[in-house]
Every structure is written in structure tokens, then in C-alpha cells.
Design a protein around this ligand. Structure first.
Ligand code: HEC
Ligand SMILES: [Cu+2]
Length: 326
């Protein structure tokens, strides 16, 4: 079980999702939903009106016999044409204005916000909180502005929290900002919504909103829990949370990278023709600087985990790999 899903059972129920929309759990939700519903019902109204008139006229003015004389119809009607041009134009300006106000609001982060650093990689999230604690789920305070500063280590990802109506690309080589204001305590789905490779669907996590002070308590709990864990257990957990599982098997099968099963203590052929003993030093270096020694027969695709793992987590991963004997 993941650390961050422990002790989450006492979270109160939140506003339900509707047939059309996920639960409205941020201040953006009412704005977005109103505009969506306005456009939806406006489109429905005109769809029904136009199709019904079309059918009605087709029946009413159909050719009944062969004796009818064709009368030329008027070539134009200024009042009618002005009406059908003006009303849609006004509606379009209304939709534009309404959408633009919302867009400017969403793209203008407020001054004082709870800031979380986001880094995405194939295939996982890493959220860094004030104070340095990190997790792969997003923990947030209720009724506060939240600002995410986001970047990617590899390809383009995109962070999407439907219940907040918040979505923004996460791009390598630049920082994108996304802000929102959660209004409900509870759990919300968080997705990567930019197809980023075979492990794309494994980037589903939770955005969990707490009462005031709850985030700090949760992060503290996670830290205490981590410190007290058996290194092998912690490593096993971290193997899943950090997404190593996407590229490394523990049953001997070859994935993107070599399997961890029985690798410790063996000799590894490197891409540069040298050989190297798989010991603690090699494991540590491989995790922090994957390019330093590349295993022969594999593409050097592994992202660096430098700065994203606590010493304790790194030791845990090494202990876990050591424990996987054939
Ligand atoms: C995107 C795929 C990918 C992810 C994610 C990934 N790795 Fe790797 N890893 C590789 C590849 C490919 C290699 C072999 C090439 C190289 O050495 O860089 C490798 C090599 C290694 C090696 C050297 C293994 C050996 O037997 O030579 C270790 C140790 C390692 N990875 C640990 C990890 C850990 C721990 C994680 C998670 C924190 C992780 N990797 C995440 C792709 C990945
Ligand atoms: Cu992604």
C-alpha cells in the first residue's frame, strides 16, 4: 500500500459529480460550468429550431402535383438578414467576453499562494512541498490559493485535475504555472492528459485537499512513517512510487531497463565495452547519474533521480534491489 493512501479513510464526502461534470471543487468550477451549460443549451436550442423548421418547410412546400406554377421568391429581405446576422454576432461576443474573463483569471496567479513544485517524468509525478518533503500525490490546503510551478524531465506531459477545472501542459526546458483555489476537502483525480508513452496511464494520482494545517500534518506523518520503515519495505514502495516499475521488472523479464532480480553481485557489461560489478556504489550511481555507466544492450533512457529521493529512500531502493535474489 502506498504511504500517502494510509490514514485517508476519514475524509468527508464532497459535492457529488453531476451527469455532465465532475464534482465542482474549486472556484473555477462554477465559472467554467456556467459557460459550458450556456453554450450547450444555446446550441441545443438552435439545433432543434433549425431542424424542426427544415422538416416543417420540406413538408409544407413539397411539390404535390405537376401542374403548379413556380413563382420566383423575393431575392432578399433586409430586416430578416439583419436579424440573423446581429443576434448570432451578439451571442458570439457574449461567449467570447465571458470566456476571456475566465481565461485571464485562470492565467493570472495570485500573489499569495501555497506553492508546490511539480516535476513530471516518464512515468510519474513528483510534488515538492514547502519544507522539501516530496510525494507523488498532490496534498493541498482547502480555501487557499494554490500555485503549481511545473516542468518535465523528458517529454511533454500535462497535468489535469477535472474537479478543479484546471489543466496545463508540463513541458521540458521551461516552467509553466497553474493556479486554482480548492473549495472542498476530499480526494480528486489527477491525470496526465498528454499521451507520453506506454506508461502514460500510470500517471493517475490524487489531489487530496485537507482542512487548514492538514497538509503539514500529513507530510510530517509521512516523514515519520518513512523514517520508521524497514529499508527493504520502503524500497519496494519507492520502486512503485518513483515509477521504476515501468522500466525494471523484479521477476527477471527484460523491460526498458534490466531486471533487478538477481542483479546484485553480478558483473554488468557496459556499453563502452568495460565491465563493472553491480554493488551498492554502482546502484547508487545508476539511480543518480544513469548516464555515467550505461548497461550494454539498453538504450540510455533512464531519467536521473538526483534531488528527487531522500537519502533514506535511496538507501531503501538499494536495499530492495539487494534483497531480490534468484
Ligand atoms: C524510463 C525508464 C526507466 C525508469 C523510469 C527507471 N529506469 Fe533504471 N534504467 C533504465 C535503463 C534503460 C537502464 C539501462 C541503461 C543505463 O544503464 O542507463 C537502467 C539502468 C538502471 C540501473 C543499472 C542496472 C544494471 O543492472 O545495470 C539501476 C540500478 C536502475 N536503473 C535503477 C532504477 C531505479 C531505482 C529507478 C526508480 C527510482 C529507475 N531505475 C527508473 C530505465 C529506467
Ligand atoms: Cu505523462
Amino acid at each position: 500500500m502506498l504511504v500517502s493512501t494510509l490514514a485517508m479513510n476519514h475524509i468527508p464526502a464532497q459535492a457529488a459529480s453531476s451527469f455532465w461534470m465532475p464534482a465542482p471543487n474549486s472556484t473555477f468550477a462554477p465559472e467554467v460550468d456556467w459557460l459550458f451549460m450556456f453554450i450547450f443549451w444555446l446550441s441545443t436550442f438552435f439545433f432543434v429550431l433549425i431542424v424542426a423548421l427544415g422538416v416543417y418547410f420540406a413538408l409544407k412546400y413539397r411539390r404535390i402535383g405537376t401542374t403548379e406554377v413556380v413563382v420566383p421568391s423575393p431575392s432578399h429581405n433586409t430586416a430578416l438578414e439583419a436579424t440573423w446576422s446581429l443576434i448570432p454576432s451578439l451571442l458570439i461576443f457574449l461567449i467570447f467576453g465571458w470566456g476571456f474573463v475566465g481565461f485571464v483569471d485562470m492565467r493570472t496567479p495570485p500573489e499569495n499562494a501555497y506553492e508546490v513544485q511539480v516535476s513530471a517524468k516518464k512515468w510519474g509525478w513528483n510534488f515538492t512541498y514547502p519544507g522539501g518533503m516530496q510525494d507523488d500525490n498532490l496534498h493541498l490546503p482547502v480555501n487557499e490559493n494554490v500555485l503549481l510551478t511545473m516542468t518535465s524531465d523528458d517529454v511533454i506531459h500535462s497535468l489535469f485535475i477535472p474537479a478543479f477545472r484546471a489543466k496545463m501542459d508540463v513541458v521540458p526546458g521551461r516552467y509553466n504555472k497553474l493556479w486554482f483555489h480548492p473549495t472542498q476537502v476530499g480526494e480528486n483525480n489527477l491525470f496526465c492528459t498528454e499521451y507520453c508513452g506506454t506508461g502514460h496511464s500510470n500517471m493517475n494520482r490524487k489531489a487530496i485537499v485537507y482542512e487548514a494545517g492538514g497538509v503539514e500534518k500529513k507530510l510530517e506523518e509521512m516523514l515519520v512513517h518513512m523514517e520508521s520503515m524497514d529499508p527493504v519495505e520502503l524500497g519496494k514502495l519507492q520502486y512503485i512510487k518513483s515509477g521504476c516499475v515501468q522500466c525494471h521488472s523484479v521477476d527477471g523479464s527484460k523491460k526498458v531497463g534490466p531486471s533487478f532480480l538477481g542483479s546484485f553481485g553480478t558483473t554488468r557489461d557496459l556499453a563502452n565495452g568495460e565491465k563493472c560489478l553491480v554493488d551498492e556504489n554502482y546502484l547508487r550511481e545508476s539511480i543518480l547519474e544513469p548516464m555515467a555507466k550505461v548497461a550494454a544492450g539498453y538504450n540510455p533512457q533512464m531519467p536521473s533521480f538526483k534531488g528527487q529521493l531522500r537519502e533514506k529512500q535511496l538507501e531503501g531502493l538499494i536495499a530492495y534491489i539487494k534483497s531480490l535474489k534468484k
